[in-house]
Design a binder for this molecule. Structure first.
Ligand SMILES: C[S@@+](CC[C@H](N)C(=O)[O-])C[C@H]1O[C@@H](n2cnc3c(N)ncnc32)[C@H](O)[C@@H]1O
Length: 200
């Protein structure tokens, strides 16, 4: 049996086909709920959890080694407001996260899958937009960035044409929030965009 990191959610197998109210795993479930989707090595997540102790953060990544490392750092830093989930982002947003439960999605540097024959692996597409729209609260936000400009343009076009969202002030990370990936490619200017789900 895998020895799961302390902050990793332990969801029963039968819950994997039903929405699971992940907010209930926090000490204060009523607080704002923000998700770093594809959280990578966690630099952004750990910076934000420190600055905003009254916000509940969920880090999602499909790589267990990354989740484990973030968990160790979060424990060392004594962070109580973070949970980590090793799961596919599309699966989580489509099936597990309850409707209108998320205040903010951060989706930074999603894998661009640059070869055309691999584009079908990209996270952003119309079904994913449906999943984001389903799970965001009205007024909830999505912040995204990518250094792969053709993919960024595709993401921006998807958001821009979607009537459920409108563009809002672009989220620019503070220096200590710059993601691990962005630090490595700091010489490249990324595309950034932020959208808000309309209140309707
Ligand atoms: C290019 S890295 C960016 C990580 C981080 N956001 C950053 O900016 O440093 C993409 C991350 O997304 C994760 N990832 C890619 N596809 C995923 C998926 N379908 N579900 C969950 N995580 C995914 C990868 O494991 C990787 O950690």
């Amino acid at each position: 049996m895998i020895n799961l990191p302390e902050n990793t959610l332990r969801v029963h197998p039968e819950d994997f086909i039903n929405p699971t109210d992940l907010r209930q795993t926090f000490d204060h479930p009523e607080r704002p709920f923000e998700i770093d989707l594809g959280c990578g090595k966690g630099r952004f997540l750990l910076a934000r959890t420190g600055k905003f102790p009254d916000v509940n953060f969920l880090g999602i990544d499909r790589l267990l080694a990354r989740i484990r490392k973030i968990d160790k750092k979060a424990q060392r830093l004594g962070r109580k407001n973070v949970r980590l989930f090793r799961v596919d982002a599309y699966y989580a947003t489509t099936f597990l996260i309850p409707p209108e439960s998320v205040d903010t999605y951060y989706i930074f540097y999603p894998d661009p899958w640059p070869k055309e024959k691999h584009h079908h692996n990209r996270l952003f597409n119309e079904p994913f937009m449906d999943a984001v729209a389903r799970t965001l609260k009205p007024g909830g936000k999505i912040h995204t960035a990518s250094d792969h400009l053709p993919y960024f343009e595709e993401i921006y076009a998807l958001l821009k044409k979607d009537d459920r969202f409108e563009e809002t002030d672009t989220f620019v990370p503070a220096e200590d929030e710059v993601t691990d990936f962005e630090l490595i490619f700091a010489h490249k200017v990324p595309g950034r965009a932020s959208f808000v789900k309309k209140e309707t």
